[in-house]
Design a protein around this ligand. Structure first.
Ligand code: ATP
Ligand code: LTN
Length: 334
């Protein structure tokens, strides 16, 4: 039986955090043997908001090292940098021409981000069409993402369906895959909002993947909870802080909810909970940080891994791009 194709992406926008890891990357790693996987560091998406060029370059390399360090295995998964496969940008143009503007103006992430900026680039509005290109070029069946990206994957489905309708069966219709656990890791300093890269520089907001153990311990110690002392899962907004800590513990340990609550049945208030959650996070991230440091010491080896990934990705994306070009009526080069 042929394996299902999986595609997902992550932006090199700095400060990869525990939410990205638990909501996305950890699952990519755990399931990589079952599927045919494409994982992409989406540098073109990051350009939709202003970036410092040198910082972007460094962050892109650093993130790829971090993903290998987190366990993506080049023999099981194809990991590559988006801009190394020019078919993504070319496909985006072709899909732009079948995507109604109104579909893009409705995207909640666009509205949120556009509302926070003085000047909005065309790229920011077009972001979901580039994302659809990423997915559709690989005929991916499954797109594992955090809850926040569900609307974008649904848009990719709509674009694929419209294209198939206009030009004949061309694309696989992708499904968003959102695991219930870890789909929305909340900020430690404000459990009403999701942990976010753009806020990860704010003290106490996030646990960043490369934070030292002492920093992680401090972040959990300061985590916002409530004035009670009952350690249990709850959807009461007032208990969102404790719930978030329990969720983090649950995803890392792989335990069920009852088992997790049993682990804390004798906790003396939230202090014990925070300490224990910090411990499991520190132990989860320690080997990743160590492998990352080794990888970053050998830039030539990282370049070789990235060249291999890009070549494998091009082998799939380029013929697909030709197929799309042919469908819409372009003269293919002889
Ligand atoms: P952020 O919003 O944190 O600045 P992002 O959502 O812009 O980051 P990426 O860094 O590309 O985007 O996200 C990579 C993956 O991490 C995506 O699948 C996204 O859904 C997931 N993700 C991001 N934040 C969280 C979170 N707090 N909890 C769970 N998953 C998350
Ligand atoms: N928009 C996504 C990153 C992303 C992606 C993709 C995810 C770009 N292309 C294709 C899945 C599939 C984000 O910000 N998390």
């Amino acid at each position: 039986m042929t394996k299902k194709r999986v595609f997902s992406g992550i932006q090199p926008s700095g400060n990869m955090h525990l939410g990205n890891y638990l909501g996305a990357v950890k699952r990519w790693v755990e399931r990589q043997a079952e599927k045919e996987n494409f994982f992409c560091v989406v540098d073109l998406h990051t350009l939709t908001v202003p970036q410092d060029p040198e910082a972007l370059r460094q962050e892109t390399r650093s993130l790829t090292a971090l993903l290998f360090a987190a366990g993506l295995d080049p023999d099981k998964s194809i990991l590559f940098i988006q801009s190394h496969v020019s078919a993504h940008a070319e496909c985006c143009w072709l899909l732009n021409c079948v995507t109604p503007l109104g579909w893009l103006e409705r995207m909640t992430q666009y509205k949120d981000k556009a509302g926070k900026q003085e000047s909005v680039s065309t790229g920011l509005l077009d972001y979901p069409v580039l994302m659809a290109s990423d997915i559709l070029l690989y005929d991916a069946h499954e797109v594992p993402v955090g809850e926040d990206q569900k609307q974008h994957v649904e848009l990719a489905r709509d674009i694929a369906q419209r294209f198939n309708h206009l030009f004949g069966e061309t694309f696989v219709i992708p499904e968003p895959v959102i695991s219930e656990a870890g789909a929305r890791v909340m900020a430690l300093n404000d459990p009403a909002v999701k942990m976010s890269k753009s806020e990860a520089h704010v003290r106490g907001h996030a646990v960043r993947m490369l934070d030292e153990p002492a920093e992680i311990e401090r972040a959990f110690k300061r985590a916002v909870t409530d004035s009670g002392k009952e350690v249990r899962f709850s959807d009461d907004p007032a208990k969102a802080g404790v719930n978030n800590l329990l969720e983090i513990y649950r995803v890392i340990t792989g335990k069920g909810k009852e088992e997790v609550e049993a682990d804390f049945a004798h906790a003396r208030g939230y202090g014990d909970l925070k300490k224990r959650v910090a411990e499991v996070v520190i132990e989860e991230l320690r080997p990743i940080r160590e492998r990352y440091n080794v990888l970053m010491q050998d830039p030539a080896a990282l370049d070789r891994l990235l060249a291999r990934g890009a070549e494998q990705a091009r082998a799939v994306a380029e013929p697909k791009l030709r197929e799309i070009q042919g469908r819409v009526g372009l003269v293919l080069p002889g």
